[in-house]
Design a protein. Structure first.
Ligand SMILES: Nc1nc2c(c(=O)[nH]1)N[C@H]1C(S)=C(S)[C@@H](COP(=O)(O)O)O[C@H]1N2
Ligand SMILES: [Mo]
Length: 381
């Protein structure tokens, strides 16, 4: 068991399970969910950075943290619908393929689920299951092309050693990507995050980076990629898992699995990271509203702010982002005109004409929740 002081850095952790209290010390600012699996999110105020520091980055696990051994021992197998099955070491990948870095938002499809009424199954995330980081690795396309993608390959299936809580025979999660996304230049097998070695908590030694796709598609502790002749059907790929209804389904209505499609691109969204809920401002004085806007495959088009609970909206400039998959910062000055309660809101829109809904839109599993956030405060005379 590791006993050394480990706050903020898990690169010194042995690649074997350690006790949850020690893992909690790694990210002291986060709120840990009361679950057996390790899940934690930052308060929104810790997300006021263009690049989310690793210490503030949420953690999402569907199962037990796996025993992963050392990076030197790690192996990644490529098999299924390929001409030449392969087995790679991390060093081998780095030596053989070009290393690239991409800035991308990672957001859990369940982020914001706690806003839904009636509540749905699943972890009751606040608004913090999102972050934007620098991801370094090799292109998944390069690795697959080296193995020779057969024309029969339509999907990837990703595998990892983590197992469901109390069910050692069952993978915790085994998701995949449509072959077009697997071969897209932004999709990586990553070994670095924010210029550091990819932390074990974030899937080190190797994870999938699938910019614009839900976090569930960003397989951690990747040790096998199997090319599939059909949509992958691994753990959490079936039924209503990480799927949205094609035709809307209301609370309590029966669920027909045929009416559900796998979530691919995430919807347009924004986050106000300052001021924080419960803020105080002085009448007649200006205060700063800042945050970020992002979108999945469809480019971001703009963001508007309201400081009167949604009666009036004003477009605010978006700072340039680091490429199409990073979030973009906005900073605006607002004057508090009247004493009393105040509600600040931000609403992002994408190039296809989609805007964040003003109210949450319910779906059976509470995914892809992107309503306009309301930050309440008080204006003091
Ligand atoms: N092997 C494995 N990969 C996984 C998961 C998991 O439980 N096991 N959870 C997924 C989900 S649902 C999310 S949102 C992201 C979270 O990544 P993070 O913990 O680095 O923030 O990892 C994904 N990759
Ligand atoms: Mo997730």
């Amino acid at each position: 068991m590791a006993t050394a002081a480990i706050a903020g850095d898990d690169s010194r952790l042995p690649y074997r399970p350690v006790e949850t209290p020690l893992l909690r010390q790694l990210k002291p600012g986060l709120r840990f969910h009361e679950e057996v699996a390790l899940n934690a999110e930052p308060p929104v105020s810790l997300l006021d950075h263009a690049i989310t520091p690793i210490d503030f980055f949420f953690i999402r696990n569907n199962g037990e943290l796996p025993e992963t051994g050392t990076e030197q021992d790690w192996q990644l197998a490529i098999d299924g619908e390929v001409e030449r099955p392969r087995v790679w070491t991390v060093a081998g990948l780095k030596e053989r393929f070009e290393t690239v870095t991409i800035t991308a938002v990672l957001e859990c499809a369940g982020n914001g689920r706690s806003q839904l009424e009636p509540a749905t199954d699943g972890l009751q995330w606040g608004l913090g299951a999102v972050g934007c980081a620098h991801w370094t690795g090799v292109r998944l396309a390069d690795v697959l092309e080296d193995a020779g993608v057969k024309p029969s390959a339509v999907y990837t299936g990703h595998h990892s050693p983590d197992r469901q809580i109390g069910k050692p025979e069952k993978e915790a999660l085994s998701r995949g990507l449509p072959i077009v996304k697997a071969l897209a230049p932004e999709t990586l097998i990553a070994f670095g995050m924010n210029g550091e070695e990819l932390p074990r908590l974030h899937g080190g030694p190797l994870r999938i980076v699938a910019p614009g796709y839900p976090g569930s598609a960003w397989q951690k502790w990747l040790d096998r990629i199997s090319l599939r002749p059909q949509e992958h059907d691994g753990e959490k790929m079936r039924g209503t898992d990480y799927r949205l209804p094609i035709r809307p389904v209301g609370p309590g209505e029966p669920l027909d699995p045929a009416n559900f499609a796998v979530i691919t691109d995430m919807p347009v969204k924004s986050l106000i990271s300052a001021p924080a809920e419960g803020f105080a401002a002085k009448r007649g004085e200006r205060f700063k509203v800042s945050g970020f806007a992002w979108s999945g495959a469809v480019p971001l088009a703009g963001v508007a702010i309201s400081s009167d609970g949604g009666a009036n909206w004003q477009d605010v400039p978006l700072q340039p982002g680091e490429g199409g998959f990073a979030w973009r910062r906005f900073e605006a000055e607002v004057t508090a005109e009247r004493a009393g309660p105040i509600v600040v809101m931000a609403r992002a829109r994408d190039a296809a004409g989609n805007s964040q809904p003003l109210e949450p839109v319910w779906n059976p599993r509470g995914y892809c929740n992107n309503p306009v956030q309301r930050v309440g405060g008080t204006v003091i005379a």
